[in-house]
Design a binder for this molecule. Structure first.
Ligand SMILES: [Zn+2]
Length: 380
C-alpha cells in the first residue's frame, strides 16, 4: 500500500523538504541500499521497530513525494505516515533474514542511504545488538574518518576480485577469479618479503561479498587497499587490450560505467544511482591519495609488464564508481590487469612469468607510494 501526501503545515512556510525519490539497490548478494533522495534535510531519526521493520522520520514537516517507489529485493513494503509533526517512511523487510542497518546522511543533506546487510542464521556469526536509534552525526563520522598516516608498519590489503560462485569474466584460457588470485598471492609474497603487513581478502576459491572485503580492510586498519581484476571486452575483443588502474570517483565515461556495473554485479541504471551519491559521500583527500597510488602502481606495472610482454598496452589511470572502493577508509584502487578475452593479453595472462612481473610491478608501485607519501618504519 502506498500513501501519497502533499500537505503544507503552518510550520513549513520557511522550508519544505521534498523526498525526490526512493530507490532500492542491490550492491552485492549480501548488501542492499535504500537511498532516499531529498532536496535537503537537516536531520532525521532512524528507528528500528523490530529487526525486519524500521522507519525514517523527518521531523516537523510533511514530505512531498514525487515518485511512487516500488518495493523490491529484501524490501517487502513501503508506507508513509504523518505522525505527531513528523513524516515517517516505514520499511518492512522480508522476514526470512536478519539484518544489520547503517544509515548515512550525505554532507549536503541530499542523500540518506540506509545500508542493509543480510545476516544469515549462523551461530558462529554473532553480531552486536543493533542500536535502536542512531543520530546522523555519529554515523557521518564513521564514513568520514580517513586513516591517519602512521609511523607503524603499513598494512596492505590485497583483494583478488570475485571467487567461489562468482567466476568474474570468462577468458579464453581461464576464469578471472583464478588469474587474479594467483597475481594477488604473488604480490602479497613480494610485499611480505619487504617487511609489510599484508592481508588477502581471500587466499582460495571462496566468495567474500564486496562488503566483507571492505569491512575486513577497515577491521585490520589497512593503509592501502588494492583490488585486482582482469578486464573483458564485449564489443571488440581483438582491439581492447592492456592495463587500466582505477580509483573511486564518479564518471560519465560509458565504458567505465559498463565496467563498474559488471564489477559491482549490478545494472547500468543502478551504477547511475551510485554515481550520483558517491561524490557526496567520499572525501576529496581520499580521492587525491587514491589517484596518486593509482599512478604509482600503473607506471610500475607497465614497466615491469613490458619486460615480458613488449606490446603490453597502457590504457591509463581512470576513475569509476566501484563499490568495493566506497567503504574502505584508506587510499584504494582497482586494477584491471589485462583483457582476459583478448587473444594476445590472454596468452600472456596464462603465462606465470608475466603474472610474476605484474605482481612485482604492483608491489613496487605500492612501495613507491609508501615511500613518498607515508611515514613508514620500513626503509628502502
Ligand atoms: Zn573483476
Amino acid at each position: 500500500m502506498w500513501f501519497f501526501f502533499i500537505a503544507f503545515s503552518a510550520y513549513a512556510y520557511q522550508y519544505q523538504p521534498v523526498l525526490e525519490s526512493l530507490s532500492i539497490i542491490g550492491i552485492s548478494p549480501g548488501v542492499e541500499n535504500v537511498i532516499f533522495t531529498f532536496n535537503k534535510i537537516n536531520n532525521y531519526r532512524f528507528i528500528m521497530l523490530s529487526n525486519n521493520y524500521w522507519y525514517i522520520a523527518v521531523p516537523q514537516y510533511t514530505i512531498h513525494i514525487n515518485q511512487t517507489p516500488t518495493p523490491r529485493l529484501s524490501v517487502n513494503d513501503i508506507l508513509v505516515r504523518d505522525i505527531r509533526n513528523e513524516t515517517r517512511i516505514y520499511i518492512k523487510m522480508n522476514d526470512k533474514y536478519t539484518y544489520k542497518y547503517k544509515p548515512i546522511l550525505s554532507k549536503n543533506g541530499k542523500y540518506l542511504i540506509v545500508r542493509i546487510e543480510k545476516l544469515f542464521n549462523n551461530t558462529s556469526n554473532k553480531t552486536a545488538k543493533p542500536k535502536t536509534q542512531i543520530s546522523h552525526k555519529q554515523t557521518a563520522k564513521t564514513v568520514i574518518n580517513l586513516s591517519k598516516p602512521s609511523t607503524k608498519t603499513p598494512v596492505i590489503v590485497i583483494d583478488p576480485g570475485h571467487g567461489g560462485k562468482d567466476p568474474g569474466a570468462i577468458g579464453i584460457y581461464n576464469k578471472e577469479k583464478n588469474i587474479v588470485l594467483d597475481i594477488a598471492k604473488r604480490t602479497a609474497y613480494y610485499l611480505k618479503r619487504k617487511g609489510y603487513k599484508v592481508v588477502l581478502t581471500r587466499n582460495k576459491d571462496t566468495y567474500p561479498t564486496l562488503s566483507d572485503r571492505s569491512q575486513l580492510s577497515n577491521r585490520v586498519k589497512a593503509n592501502i587497499f588494492v583490488s585486482i581484476h582482469a578486464n573483458y571486452s564485449v564489443k571488440d575483443r581483438k582491439k581492447a587490450k592492456g592495463l587500466e588502474v582505477y580509483f573511486l570517483n564518479t564518471t560519465s565515461d560509458k565504458r567505465a560505467i559498463r565496467l563498474a556495473a559488471r564489477e559491482n554485479g549490478i545494472s547500468i541504471q543502478e551504477v547511475g544511482d551510485i554515481n550520483k551519491i558517491i561524490l557526496s559521500l567520499i572525501q576529496s583527500a581520499k580521492i587525491e591519495k587514491s589517484k596518486t597510488l593509482a599512478l604509482d602502481v600503473y607506471y610500475k606495472m607497465l614497466s615491469y609488464g613490458k619486460k615480458i610482454y613488449a606490446g603490453y598496452k597502457g590504457r591509463g589511470v581512470k576513475q569509476a564508481p566501484f563499490y568495493v572502493l566506497v567503504d574502505t577508509r584508506c587510499p584504494s584502487i582497482l586494477i584491471e590487469t589485462a583483457f582476459i578475452n583478448n587473444p594476445k593479453d590472454a596468452l600472456y595472462l596464462k603465462n606465470p612469468v608475466f603474472r610474476k612481473y605484474l605482481a612485482i610491478g604492483i608491489a613496487k608501485g605500492i612501495e613507491t607510494y609508501i615511500h613518498s607519501h607515508m611515514k613508514s618504519k620500513i626503509r628502502q
